[in-house]
Design a protein around this ligand. Sequence first.
Ligand code: LFR
Length: 482
Amino acid sequence: SADAWHVAVDLGASGGRVAMGRVVDGQLDIEMLHRFPNGPVLVPWRGQARLYWDVLGLWKEVLHGLALAGRRAASLGGRVVSVGVDSWAVDFALLDADGVLLDGVHHYRSARNDGVMKRAFETHPADVLYAKTGVQFLPFNTLYQLLASKHDAPGVLARARTLLMVPDLLHFWLSGRAVCERTNASTTQFYDPRTRQWSSEVLRAFDLPEGILPDIVEPGADLGELLPVIAEATGLHGARVIAPASHDTASAVVAAPLTDENAAYISSGTWSLVGAELSRPVLSKEALEANFTNEGGVDGTTRFLKNVMGLWIVQECRRAWADVDFATLANEAEVAEGGAIVDVDDPRFLPPGDDMPERVKALCRETRQRVPETRGEIARVVFESLAATYARVLGELERVTGRTVSTVHVVGGGSLNRPLCQWTANATRKTVVAGPIDATLVGNLLLQARASGTSGAVTPREVVARTFAVHVYEPANSAVRA
Ligand code: LFR
């Protein structure tokens, strides 16, 4: 309905955004209100580097964005009816018995996770863990981070009474309700996708306290009105807090205009999440060997996907290159000499660092390929390597699920990258449909609209199809092959 606005807070690893949106005649109308940077903060621990998120700094920007939303909606003769937060996954806050934040929120790229997953496998074989959780093995899954926390600072976990994922923490500060939203809970690796509950077995096996895990709520859950102090501070009187699909990737999948069950998606941002929407989890030996994850989607669906390192490598290179913008880099890459393909998922790419261009060059050198020198050449190696990896992962997806992928939907910031989309079409030999760009925000807004009953009978994907134009890329002849 025309005067009811929803506010989405969308936190990404490199920046956050606050936007408001409403559904009018089956189309989404979005107003971008506030953008702010995000990134790791270095804090030493016993002389070693540790990375945190500036969670209070983010919260301050969120409050500012909410105040802007209230004023803007009023100036349009409307009002804000709901607020919801999505963010990256796996990271969490621990609260004590008084609901006070303990220790801050660690960044998933922090060195405190080094070696933890490998040690965990010594006592709990990977295949057993996969059979119980169906989660891709990544060294920063919440499970390993909790073990790292226990190792570094045992007092923290001992005092913890509540674990909240990042969006859950903000929902708690907005509404006073401490719950875990399902799509993000499913990334922890102590959630069982079959029972759809926390996995007592896994928690017990690692001697982790199940009592700190709150109730799981569905995406779309109404968490009540904004706390009076927050309504006062932001001017949003009467607005409700509605949990969207709080894992950003789950929101992006809501906004991917998939038309049939053979359509695949790539949610392309800091990470590239390559996968399909399934009606149930796949915990087979083949899925384990391909190291796919079974994350929870909306309406009981499974996000069967794989994390690929993504545009992170280029984001870090940009810092070394005086923050040259993505469009310039894409143009330079398009005309640069290419040909070298590196393993973008090499663990050496995981930590932040000003030497990211050097890391790309070193991998080319090690594999006896032409070493890129210019910005454009380095970016081209990364983009072509991403495209080759997408092709390989989609091939694995087809093998494990027995489906033949018809179309690949690229959503998120990477959908703007023309050469990357074309090289993806070439490498996968599939039609690539690019857009929408702001998929995480759009999915967040549309789930709030559906839950509040302001979008009428149209489904979120129908709204996306009616609202956003897409760009289609057909495979062309190219050197890039799977
Ligand atoms: C993407 C994302 C991925 C998750 C990674 C780390 O923004 O949420 O889905 O694996 O960040 O949390």
